[in-house]
Write a protein that binds this ligand. Structure first.
Ligand SMILES: [Zn+2]
Length: 81
């Protein structure tokens, strides 16, 4: 009985966390510590209403939006004069 309840609890917990974990892993891989797959830095250009971050790459034109990544130093692109 106790084991059964434990299995249900484990399934419930991982069933809930699983998708978030996978998204986080996907975002972390794509965010790549602030660098696009082409080697250029992601430029932070917007935030969404849920507190997610939106990034773009000026070299290859890729876009990325993350909601689980909490970046330590955000790159806003070169300051225009
Ligand atoms: Zn790029």
């Amino acid at each position: 009985m106790t084991t059964h309840a434990l299995i249900v609890l484990v399934l419930f917990v991982f069933g809930g966390i699983g998708p978030c974990f996978l998204i986080w892993r996907y975002e972390k891989r794509r965010y790549n510590n602030g660098y696009c797959a082409c080697g250029e830095r992601w430029i932070h250009f917007d935030c969404d209403s849920q507190g997610g971050h939106m990034w773009k790459c000026e070299r290859c034109g890729s876009y990325l939006d993350t909601s689980w990544i909490r970046p330590r130093n955000i790159y806003y692109g070169k300051v225009k004069h």
